[in-house]
Design a protein around this ligand. Structure first.
Ligand SMILES: [Mg+2]
Length: 126
């Protein structure tokens, strides 16, 4: 099972990556939306994308729109927004664009596990 962690902050990628490894995922990383699209092209079997909103080059929202518009990627990963953009308008915009769940920063392992379970994604004991 592959999880793609997308955030321009390395500390977030490391922290979130560690959580995803603990619950059984192989972790891929990207520092912006453009890198994330490249990772998805190389890893179309990715099960879940943990997605920041505010990033340089291509932000999380633009990545999401692009991803959902490219069914040729061959997979339909779950997308969990992990962001400080938690206004109702932002949330509805992301959900309308194809996000499946929303986690507000700062996050912890319990919040991640809870959202993964809501989406029916595998969570290994660890
Ligand atoms: Mg950011």
């Amino acid at each position: 099972m592959k999880a793609l962690v997308v955030d321009d902050a390395k500390v977030v990628r490391v922290t979130l990556g560690r959580i995803m490894k603990q619950i059984g995922y192989e972790v891929l990383e990207a520092a912006d939306g453009a890198q994330a699209l490249e990772q998805m092209e190389a890893n179309p079997d990715t099960a879940v994308v943990m997605l920041d909103w505010n990033m340089p080059v291509m932000n999380g929202y633009d990545f999401l729109v692009e991803l959902r518009g490219r069914p040729e990627h061959g997979s339909d990963p779950k997308v969990i927004m992990v962001t400080t953009e938690t206004g109702m308008g932002q949330m509805l915009k992301a959900l309308a664009a194809g996000a499946d769940e929303y986690i507000m920063k700062p996050f912890d392992k319990d919040m991640v596990v809870s959202k993964m379970e809501i989406l029916g994604l595998e969570v290994a004991e660890g």
